[in-house]
Design a protein around this ligand. Sequence first.
Ligand code: PMT
Length: 402
Amino acid sequence: MGDLKDKKILLGVSGGIAAYKSAELVRLLTTSEATVRVVMTPAATQFVAPLTFQALSNNPVRLSLLDSNEENGMDHIHLARWADHIIIAPATADFLAKISLGLADDLLSTLCLATGSPISVAPAMNRGMWKNTATQENVSRLKKRGIQILGPDSGNLACGETGEGRMRSPEEICVDLKKYLNQRGGLQGNSVLVTAGPTREALDPVRYFSNRSSGKMGYAIAVAAKNAGASVTLVSGPVSLLPPDGIRVIAVESAHDMFNAVMEEISNYQIFVGTAAVSDYKPSVVASEKIKKDQDQLLLTLDKNPDILASVAKKEGIFTVGFAAETHHLERYAKAKLRDKQLDMIAANWVSRDEGGFENNENALQVYWPDGNSQLAMAPKTILADRLIELIAERFHAKNTT
Ligand code: PMT
């Protein structure tokens, strides 16, 4: 039964009569050796006492957003980062509406908004409420965001009617969850080195050249690789993102620092993903004192930085994935980089449009490999990263079995 061994599952219980079935779900998950923590909405506590979940999960049950017992009052961030997977069962019509809108007025909805981990929901409600266009629109919005919808099933409902709306049985939810987590574990036991963020090229003690990379895409890829079972190291330029849980982060500043860190580490990794926006050039001379504005024109000479991606690709046995940030001829330039740098795969994105690219929370990728391609439509960078990691896992395993 231990096929959820070491998985950290956060079970969210919202306020419906099916909440009693979730007690059995906790028992099944813990029997499968998952660590389970339960968060209940205030309405859920009207159906089942928190003590029931506490006893079954062997962990305290969290109920409110502002918990004075927590050291720093940031329970939602802690829980959102702790969970490998969040499952909401039962998910009421009200709760589905809430998360589809991104509302965050209680602990459970707030951590759904804060998490980078995958979310599954098991809807449970009256059949009329399920069929209602409002609910169906909310569900299709959630699906588009990559949230997994488990059920509902048809049968006798608590309200006395018969039809679709019954929460899927705890046994089936457990099986669905195992399938989902195992499918996602495409990089179980593999190691991945990811670069992210911008580099800074010093000009004098106070000035530098840099670019608009926020690190969001690279951090999302590192988290997706970790969720797929890999051990992950992130070599990161200066960004304002928090280091993701369970991922070693090596902080660097310049392209040279990034090159040195990657070269020192790379022999321990099977897969390299170069998401960083590495500066192609650096000032030839770094002034030791602040440059004064006493000249009308200042001419700078730049030297080329080492190409980290091309250097990794030259090494034997490392599945090398590059990125291409393009303002025009995206396909042509991306394919040229794939070929010239002898990469296994390249993910190309537009960086001249309002949507996607630098800084935005969403992006779209055109992915190419020597004998194929895939278009990953505009989606939040966290979801897109999951899809890219699935493709990488597929191509990586295909290469290693031929
Ligand atoms: O960080 P975000 O705000 O989320 O934005 C994401 C992103 C737009 C930065 C990301 O999706 C992206 O496109 N990253 C690559 C940016 C880039 O530098 O592209 P490029 O086409 O100039 O470089 C091609 C590849 O060579 C990249 O994998 C780059 O990491 C690598 N490179 C470039 C120069 C260099 N000296 N060494 C390198 O390894």
